[in-house]
Design a binder for this molecule. Structure first.
Ligand SMILES: NC(=O)c1ccc[n+]([C@@H]2O[C@H](COP(=O)([O-])OP(=O)(O)OC[C@H]3O[C@@H](n4cnc5c(N)ncnc54)[C@H](OP(=O)(O)O)[C@@H]3O)[C@@H](O)[C@H]2O)c1
Length: 291
């Protein structure tokens, strides 16, 4: 029988979770289970030896079977207010089934109570602690991959909802690497809260980097937070969650979020590697930005 710890990864069909599952599987020193609600989307994970279990955070009856025999878990939820109910149900069940360590993908820890979904993530952190889990809380700033994943960049035009605000950015791959390291070595990272944001930049500054590196013009197209809200709601976004982002954008533009551009120097210490910069991301993923 294997003595390797068994790790359950949620969100493994999404941007961050897929990468975490892959890094863990490649490490060879843990057994990886992906808890997914759409097993047909998990074929590439299955092909690299990851066990796929059906887990739908909205269906309580799927939680205990998916959590059977799990020692450590990555808690990741999607972009809806249901994250609160889902996280509580998951954590209550994980406590009963004997999970020891939880790594949680949260959001910015900027010192404000005005951005509701950041606070929701912090309430989940507190619930993880209250249940007595060993834990590592990750607090990523804005994902660099939002540009492509959310369709903000198309044919050399960068949709800008934040005027000249400088956001702190992190690559999804860097978030995934930190999550994988902390899941593999919980004894070194238990009780830690890691803010993850490694380069501050405005949208015009990102467009300038793209222009220089790709060698074609990239321009910024300014839009209001109201236009953001209208667009995401039309696309089926969750109104409660998207209202939080809308409010965040308005506060950003008013320069009313303290430390919105804060960056941190913890990445090398946690992973032994240098964090991704906009320059390195654009160079690595050149073909995705080309038009
Ligand atoms: N974007 C940012 O700038 C940013 C910054 C900081 C923090 N975050 C946090 O990052 C998280 C999102 O990460 P991401 O971008 O990797 O997400 P993503 O690509 O949208 O993936 C979300 C994952 O969650 C799964 N999921 C959704 N509902 C589920 C349910 N009911 N049961 C089981 N699985 C479910 C999805 O499964 P399906 O494939 O089946 O839909 C998918 O695998 C959020 O918690 C967000 O707050 C994001």
């Amino acid at each position: 029988m294997s003595t390797q710890p068994t790790i359950l990864v949620l969100g493994a069909t999404g941007k961050v979770g897929a990468k975490i599952a892959q890094i863990l599987a490649q490490s060879g020193d843990v057994k990886v289970v992906a808890g997914v609600r759409s097993p047909n989307k998990a074929k590439t994970l299955e092909a690299i030896g990851i066990e796929i279990r059906h887990l739908d955070l909205d269906r309580q009856e799927t939680l205990a079977p998916a959590l059977a025999g799990i020692d450590r878990a990555l808690l990741l939820t999607g972009y809806t207010v249901d994250m609160l109910k889902q996280s509580k149900a998951f954590l209550d069940t994980a406590k009963q089934t004997g999970v020891e360590h939880i790594v949680h993908i949260g959001a910015s820890g900027a010192p404000t109570n005005e951005v509701a979904h950041w606070g929701w993530h912090q309430l989940i952190e507190k619930y993880i602690e209250a249940l007595g889990f060993s834990f590592t809380h990750l607090r990523p700033e804005a994902f660099m991959q939002n540009l492509l994943g959310f369709g903000w960049l198309k044919l050399g035009v960068l949709t800008n909802y934040i005027a000249n605000t400088r956001w702190s950015w992190v690559s999804c791959d860097d978030v995934a690497l930190v999550a994988a390291v902390t899941l593999r070595r919980p004894q070194e990272h238990r009780g830690q809260i890691y803010p993850l944001g490694y380069q501050a930049a405005t949208m015009p500054e990102i467009a300038k980097e793209l222009t220089e590196i790709i060698g074609k013009p990239f321009q910024v197209d300014n839009h209001s937070p109201e236009e953001f809200l209208e667009t995401v709601l039309k696309a089926g976004g969750d109104p409660a969650y998207m209202q939080c982002i809308y409010h965040q954008l308005k506060l950003n533009i008013a320069n009313a979020i303290p430390q919105a551009d804060a960056t941190f120097d913890n990445f090398e210490q946690i992973t032994g590697q240098k964090p991704t910069t906009w320059r390195s991301l654009i160079q690595q993923e050149r073909s995705s930005f080309l038009y």
